[in-house]
Write a protein that binds this ligand. Sequence first.
Ligand code: PMP
Length: 450
Amino acid sequence: MTPQTPSQAGAAVKAADRAHVFHSWSAQELIDPLAVAGAEGSYFWDYDGNRYLDFTSGLVFANIGYQHPKVVAAIQEQAGKLATFAPAFALEARSEAARLVAERTPGDLDKIFFTNGGAEAVENAVRMARLHTGRHKVLSAYRSYHGATSTAINVTGDPRRWPSDNGSAGVVHFWAPFLYRSPFHAETEEQECQRALQHLEDTIAFEGPATIAAIILETVPGTAGIMVPPPGYLAGVREICDRYGIVFVLDEVMAGFGRTGTWFAAEHFDVVPDLMTFAKGVNSGYVPLGGVAISGAIAETFARRPYPGGLTYSGHPLACAAAVATIGVMAEEGVVEHAAHIGATVLGPGLHELAGRHPSVGEVRGLGAFWAVELVRDRETREPLVPYNAAGDANAPMAAFAAAAKKHGLWPFVNMNRTHVVPPCTISEAEAKEGLAALDEALSVADEHT
Ligand code: PMP
């Protein structure tokens, strides 16, 4: 048999994918997934030799970039030692991962329940809150994403829930603050914050405080638009939760583990939730892992009464070994500090500079390695570049934007009328500048639709 060229190998990968892989969130025949041959650091490449700077970190998980040798070695070492084992035993990798996570979570979130990803973390956080309070309702924000399993998709607020929403009894959505498209028609951050808190209070009053188990919020909502909450908002929600005995859940699946320039985004707002979900960055996605960090009071509920939930792979040794290594790398290499620095000195200023020159940019917002660029047809009216939840032809301007970025070697994160700049937290200054230059080119294509 003649040896395959790389292009032929890529074509074979693609053919089998097209024949047999059923992809997430997709009309199966309308997609054309790139066959990826490899990845390292902030880049990945296909079989034809095209290399892309990854401004997506996968799905915002590769916080330390791809193929970090220390994490790869730790997974190999763990596989050689004990590749798998059941959850009901104390295991070195799991104990150490739990200790390292608990050391970094705020307040007394000192017990860690491990899951395989973010949605399962949300499922279990909601279950814990319901059992702890004996109440049923969960309040969550419209502009949010919490995962695609049954409870998590119902709790999710954005259009991704529409096709699967079974109207789960007890999930109530409310508006969280977002000044650029203010649900409260506010003009300042102070107004937005104050009106959002009043709206939450009103919602609670009409739902009945004694029926509400939890309020769940992404600390900085991610896929729904990287909307940094105004000062005082999360502290206000904390105070409301305390007043009504409601469990406050912060979802840090995307914002956690360095993404915002702190270990957890909650640190920016000086707020400590009762439960905190995490996944993605905990081990940079090298092996699926997520979890819930649990406060002392909620852990106490299950001290002498069994917690009625569990997973075959809770705290899988390979995933936990990857977490121990990733957290070690983040500490040794100053990854969290680097994310803060690159955001403050390169990404933030660079994106604001682009906004000044490109009429298609309506707003730039974010922090650390977590930025959103909101694309509009008209800066005055803020009409989005594509309609809300657009598909097909209606989405053509965003598709053209993405194609232009790829042509210039940048893989962009695109969601509705936004591009999110969410590269690995380890991205170098030169790489960040290279990505901004490609974005400059792609924004010129978006400008044609203004
Ligand atoms: N919560 C948030 C904030 C997320 O961003 C995500 C994933 N994007 C999830 C939950 C769900 O995580 P997973 O896809 O690992 O189930």
